[in-house]
Design a protein around this ligand. Structure first.
Ligand SMILES: Cc1cc2nc3c(=O)[nH]c(=O)nc-3n(C[C@H](O)[C@H](O)[C@H](O)COP(=O)(O)OP(=O)(O)OC[C@H]3O[C@@H](n4cnc5c(N)ncnc54)[C@H](O)[C@@H]3O)c2cc1C
Length: 400
């Protein structure tokens, strides 16, 4: 049997696309799904392939909130002249900033170097700013980063950390005709560069097994008001089928989860703490400098000695550049005590869980990619965090 396209690989959201699921399962198998809990499934625990995730609320060490910088037309990468400065924009990467960083940096760096400037300023020290600065350095430029926050305080540092290059990256009805090809070029370049960080001490980039868990409830219609997507988020998964590892359906005996339908596959993962540290250290070691500075208005940039400036301010560009096309998309993570023995990820009933070396990331991703759209509130919500834990706790109930 051939399967239609799997669900879109959003950074946390790989919720069942109902059309995909219904076609893939076929009507006849739906009733079986509603009851199936394989009696012989392997248990969690020592010796089993997957250790259980400990989901007690008292294991929450912190709750962080971040705003994804979504632009309906895709990231801004154009060049603007401001007095005697050339401004190259590189912001608005939605839920895909880590994934697309290197490819986007390549485009921005190429534009910044046109005209022969050798000293370049980068505003911003998140995933986009650091990779842009490194790409410029490696092309021979002298680079200074100016930023209000250094990496550990940026929004990038609060990301989930998975390969999700088309997560809330554009609105399919509003993006330009050229964007899909540009996205593909960015994605392929990023994929290649991320892989140069595999196998390094601290595993800044690695692969993890990711499970998409479905039960009967997931086949029911979403609650009223949650199933209608107001934005038709672009999905480009078909363009990179040759590079993304394939997911496959698992038989009941192949996994320990008490749900009837499981798909699994390898997913690239970013150990954001380690990767951030490495990128910062590389930038400084290669002669870069980081100057703390808040830019209050574009006119402030006139005071910089560099004539070419790359604007990597992420969601900050909404206030700084008065870019009202930047839409906030709120995302919250509850961090649990690290479980070094666990190295896998799953998504179940709108909750994404990823065991990273620096903590277990638990994230409510909602019933669709509309979850969090328009919400710029970065106040941690303990109730949301505990609800997410309650949702996934039954998966591990059989473990003593
Ligand atoms: C919950 C959540 C999970 C996510 N998970 C993933 C994931 O798994 N994979 C993925 O690829 N993407 C993920 N993302 C998306 C990703 O985090 C963003 O796309 C990315 O962080 C954007 O990076 P950035 O460098 O553009 O912005 P930021 O990280 O916000 O950095 C902006 C920089 O600009 C500086 N700055 C801003 N304004 C000013 C100013 N006025 N003056 C001076 N400096 C300024 C800031 O101090 C900072 O240094 C996730 C996002 C969220 C919210």
């Amino acid at each position: 049997m051939t399967h239609p396209s799997p669900p879109r690989g959003g950074e946390g959201n790989a919720l069942p696309d109902r059309r995909w699921l219904l076609t893939a399962l076929g009507a006849a198998s739906l009733s079986a799904c509603a009851t199936a809990v394989a009696p012989s499934r392997p248990s969690f625990g020592p010796g089993a392939a997957l250790p259980p995730i400990l989901t007690r609320a008292d294991r929450i060490t912190r709750i962080t909130v971040c705003t994804r910088p979504f632009r309906a037309t895709g990231p801004r990468l154009d060049v603007e002249t401001l007095g005697d400065k050339r401004i190259v924009h590189n912001y608005g990467h939605g839920g895909s900033g880590w994934s697309l960083s290197w490819g986007s940096a390549e485009i921005a760096a190429r534009r910044a170097l046109e005209g022969g400037a050798k000293e370049i300023a980068v505003i911003g020290c998140g995933a986009i700013g650091l990779t842009t600065a490194l790409t410029l350095q490696r092309a021979g430029a002298k680079v200074r980063i100016y930023a209000r926050e250094r990496m550990p305080q940026t929004r990038s540092f609060r990301a989930t950390g998975i390969w999700s290059p088309d997560s809330r990256i554009a609105d399919a009805d509003k993006m330009g005709a050229d964007f899909p090809a540009q996205w593909e070029a960015m994605t392929r370049a990023s994929w290649a560069t991320h892989q140069t960080y595999l196998g390094m001490p601290g595993a800044p980039v690695s692969f993890t097994e990711r499970y998409i868990l479905r039960d009967a409830a997931a086949l029911n219609p979403a609650p009223a008001g949650q199933s209608q997507e107001e934005i038709r988020f672009a999905s480009f998964v078909d363009r990179i089928r040759d590079i993304n590892p394939r997911f496959r359906d698992l038989a009941p005996g192949e996994h320990p989860f008490p749900v009837p339908r499981v798909r699994a596959g390898a997913n690239m993962m970013f150990n954001v703490g380690e990767l951030s540290h490495l990128l910062t250290a590389d930038f400084l070691r290669e002669g870069g400098t980081i100057t703390p500075m808040e830019v209050h208005a574009p006119a402030d940039l006139a005071a910089l000695p560099e004539t070419v400036i790359v604007n990597c301010t992420g969601y900050g560009a909404r206030a700084l550049w008065k870019d009202e096309t930047l839409t906030p998309v709120r995302g919250q993570i509850a961090w649990l005590v690290p479980q070094p023995e666990a190295n896998y990820a799953f998504i179940y009933r709108g909750v994404s869980v990823l065991a990273r070396p620096d903590g277990v990331v638990v994230q409510q991703v909602g019933a669709s990619d509309m979850f969090g759209v328009g919400d710029a509130d970065e106040t941690p919500d303990r109730v949301e965090a505990e609800a997410a834990l309650k949702t996934v706790a039954p998966l591990f109930a059989a473990f003593p």
